[in-house]
Design a protein around this ligand. Structure first.
Ligand SMILES: *Cc1c(COP(=O)(O)O)cnc(C)c1O
Length: 330
């Protein structure tokens, strides 16, 4: 069974609900990219969101949409990073119990960021699938409310509020470049932007190493891909074989998907740092990277969504010093 697509009405309601709880992030014109591309290029600085990534929008909208009875039962999710941190933050603000289930591969700094916000950690097994089994158990046995990272209408509507801000700030936007993994971010943005500006083109960007949505679109249904190490770690993972919402929305609303090599993503991180003076994680630099790689057809005013900055700083330092991929395991 699939859920009905999220609409502009849902996204406008989300914007009213989360106002005052999340930042309205700035839009900055990039002189360097505008010169390079020959059209105005603007950067949506969503990595300046509190918790360091846009996921706070969806998590906040979902937590604020709970009934009193659901809030009393608490919320639970599997996450490798940004969603868990966002959910912990939103739950803390709402006074709700929050459990984040992680595999034992998740690094200590990400665990610490989540527990610092008062959430409980369950470290189980060695994959996202193992962590999800614990989520299902807590939902079944403790009655906790699962709030997944992308495939949920309140999450998609929350991320879609970025789309409202884009068309408010750049009324004549021709192209919007959006990092793409499970598709919650791009589905929400596309629903908002296309409702206000139907001719605007929405382009999703993923890493070539393990692009699950792209493989699913090609197959015509959700498929599994092998999860590979990548600089764009927050774009890793599958879309869920039982995907209810984002696969259909991306298929129906997104105009094109572009894939990038690790070296291209590294160049995006470096450009952000040296030319824009912004620190980005790999998954957030893909819009800039696609422009630098010449993989986007230039039609007019273009917006690249910079989605997060939660990069390990030793890794970031290696990239700005010239590394073109992940350090090989010793
Ligand atoms: C989660 C995430 C994405 C991808 O969002 P989806 O909704 O899964 O497509 C992109 N960038 C960052 C920084 C993220 O944390």
């Amino acid at each position: 069974m699939t859920d009905a697509a999220v609409t502009i009405t849902d996204i406008e309601a989300a914007a009213r609900r989360i106002a005052g709880h999340v930042r309205r992030t700035p839009m900055e014109r990039s002189a360097a990219l505008s010169d390079l591309c020959g059209v105005p290029v603007h950067l949506k600085l969503e990595h300046w969101q509190e918790t360091g990534a846009f996921k706070l929008r969806g998590a906040t909208n979902a937590v604020l949409s709970l009934t009193d009875e659901e809030r009393a039962r608490g919320v639970v999710a599997a996450s490798t990073g940004n969603h868990g941190r966002a959910l912990a933050h939103a739950a803390k603000t709402a006074g709700a119990r929050c459990v984040v289930c992680l595999s034992n591969l998740v690094p200590q700094n990400k665990r610490d960021a989540i527990t610092a916000l008062g959430a409980e950690l369950r470290v189980v097994g060695k994959s996202q699938d193992d962590a999800q089994i614990e989520v299902d158990r807590l939902a079944r046995e403790d009655g906790m409310v699962p709030l997944p990272p992308f495939d949920h209408p309140d999450i998609v509507a929350g991320q879609g509020t970025i789309g409202l801000e884009i068309v408010e700030d750049i009324a004549d936007v021709e192209t919007v470049l959006v990092p793409l993994s499970g598709g919650g971010l791009i589905a929400g943005i596309a629903a908002a932007v296309k409702a206000r500006s139907p001719k605007t083109r929405i382009v999703g960007i993923s890493m070539a190493r393990g692009a699950a949505m792209q493989a699913s679109l090609a197959a015509g249904h959700p498929v599994e891909v092998e999860e590979l190490p990548t600089l764009a770690d927050s774009l890793g993972g599958g879309i869920g074989l039982d995907n209810r919402l984002t696969f259909a929305m991306v298929r129906d609303l997104v105009d094109e998907v572009v894939l990038l090599s690790e070296a291209e993503i590294a160049a995006g991180i470096r450009h952000a740092y040296f030319a824009e003076r912004e620190i980005l994680e790999g998954g957030a630099a893909v819009g800039i990277a696609a422009l630098l790689a010449g993989k986007i057809e230039m039609r007019g005013p273009t917006v690249a969504v910079l989605s997060g900055r939660n990069v390990a700083m030793d890794q970031h330092a290696r990239i700005v010093a010239g590394a073109n991929g992940l350090e090989e395991a010793a």
